[in-house]
Design a protein around this ligand. Structure first.
Ligand SMILES: [Zn+2]
Length: 355
C-alpha cells in the first residue's frame, strides 16, 4: 500500500513537471516530489474502527449529506441544495507550489456530473484558502448558485469576473450571519484557522486585499476570516468546520446531529488547542456522529480515489487518534466517509442503509 502510494504520487509530480521551466525549479520539484511521495501509511478508510463499511443514506424524506473529499459536502432535502466549498479541480502539488492554479472547467464539469450536481442554491465557503475557495466562482456559475463567503473570498469572486449582486454573492459580515435557503437556516459564526506549522502555511496567512485573476500563485489565496458553518433544518442540524481551529463560544446555543470536523494538522496543535477545538465544536453541540474531513490529499484528482494527506504535511493516524481519544466510549460515534458516501438526517437522527 505504502509503496503503491509512493509510486503514484511521484509519477503524478513528474508528470506535472512539464509545466516547470527553470532547471532550479525542476531540481526543487524532484526533491519536493520525493518528500510528497512519503504518503502517510495510515489510511482512514482502511481503519475498520472508523470505517467499518461504506455509508449510504437511507432512502426517503430527510436531509441527505454526501461527501466529495477535503471539505466538499453536498447537503440536500430534495428541494434545496447546499454545497460546502465545491473544490473539485484539485490542482497537483507541483503546479500548486511552483506554478499557477485556476479552476479547471473541464474537470469541474466532469466532477459535478459524476457527483450528480446540477443546480445549487448556495455554495458555502468557510475561508479563502485555495483548497476551499478556488472553484467556488465557477461552480456557482455552472450551478446557478449564490456564494456565501468572506470578504477575502469576495476578492476571489471579483477577480474571477463573477457577478456580485445579491443573487450571486453574499459577503458575510465580520460578526457572522444567518441566512435562509428553503427550509435550511445557514449560520456563519466567527471561528479560527488551525495554527501555521510550516513555511507554506505562513505564506497563506492574512487577508486578500484586492481582486486577482487566475491562474495565480497559490499564496494569493490568503486565509481571510474563518467561519464555522451551522446548518439547521426541521429534519436535523449539522456543523461543518473547514479547518481545525475554534473560537471560544463560537457555537454557544447551537445543537447538531452530525459534525463534519476538519482534522488537517490537528495532530500538530497543542493539547490545549485540541481540547478547545473539540469542546467548541463537538462538546457544545452534542452530535450523534462526528465525521473527520480534510484528511485526504487534496492535490490528487478525485477520479484517483481519496488518498491520505502526505506525512510531510501531517499524520492522518495521529489526527484520527485525537478524535477517537476525545470521543472515548461515551461520546459520539466517529465515522469516516469515502468519496460519494452519504447519510440521511431524519427526525434528528442519522440514518444509513446499514446501521
Ligand atoms: Zn485553510
Amino acid at each position: 500500500m505504502l509503496l503503491h502510494c509512493h509510486k503514484f504520487v511521484f509519477a503524478l509530480c513528474i508528470h506535472e513537471m512539464r509545466h516547470i521551466k527553470s532547471r532550479f525549479s525542476r531540481l526543487f520539484c524532484v526533491t519536493m516530489s520525493l518528500g510528497l511521495s512519503a504518503c502517510s501509511s495510515y489510511h482512514p478508510l482502511a481503519d475498520k474502527e472508523i470505517y467499518p463499511r461504506p455509508l449510504t443514506a437511507s432512502p426517503g424524506e430527510g436531509v441527505k449529506v454526501s461527501f466529495f473529499g477535503n471539505t466538499t459536502i453536498l447537503i440536500s432535502d430534495g428541494d434545496t441544495h447546499l454545497l460546502v466549498d465545491g473544490f473539485f479541480s484539485r490542482p497537483g502539488p507541483v503546479r500548486t507550489l511552483l506554478g499557477k492554479i485556476a479552476p479547471d472547467r473541464v474537470e469541474l464539469a466532469r466532477e459535478l456530473k459524476r457527483a450528480g450536481i446540477s443546480n445549487i442554491d448556495a455554495v458555502l465557503v468557510g475561508h479563502a484558502h485555495h483548497d476551499h475557495a478556488l472553484d467556488a466562482p465557477v461552480v456557482a456559475e455552472m450551478t446557478n448558485a449564490l456564494v456565501m463567503g468572506t470578504e477575502s473570498y469576495r476578492q476571489i469572486h471579483l477577480g474571477a469576473g463573477s457577478k456580485t449582486d445579491g443573487e450571486h454573492l453574499f459577503t458575510v459580515p465580520t460578526d457572522g450571519e444567518q441566512k435562509s435557503f428553503g427550509k435550511f437556516v445557514v449560520t456563519f459564526r466567527p471561528s479560527d484557522h488551525v495554527g501555521a506549522h510550516g513555511l507554506v502555511q505562513h505564506l497563506i496567512e492574512g487577508h486578500i486585499k484586492k481582486p486577482f485573476k487566475t491562474p495565480a500563485r497559490f499564496w494569493r489565496f490568503k486565509c481571510g476570516k474563518v467561519y464555522v458553518i451551522h446548518i439547521a433544518h426541521p429534519h436535523g442540524n449539522l456543523v461543518v468546520t473547514t479547518t481545525a481551529g475554534a473560537k471560544e463560544g463560537q457555537l454557544k446555543g447551537f445543537s447538531a446531529d452530525v459534525v463534519f470536523l476538519g482534522v488537517g494538522f490537528l495532530d500538530k496543535e497543542s493539547p490545549l488547542r485540541q481540547n478547545r477545538y473539540w469542546h467548541e465544536t463537538v462538546g457544545v453541540t452534542k452530535p450523534e456522529m462526528v465525521v473527520p474531513v480534510h484528511w485526504d490529499n487534496f492535490s490528487i484528482k478525485l477520479s484517483k480515489g481519496l488518498q491520505p494527506a502526505p506525512r510531510v504535511a501531517f499524520s492522518t493516524r495521529a489526527a484520527a487518534d485525537v478524535l477517537k481519544d476525545k470521543a472515548g466510549d461515551d461520546g459520539p460515534v466517529v465515522r469516516a466517509m469515502d468519496y460519494g458516501d452519504s447519510l440521511l438526517l431524519r427526525d434528528g437522527q442519522v440514518r444509513t442503509v446499514s446501521p
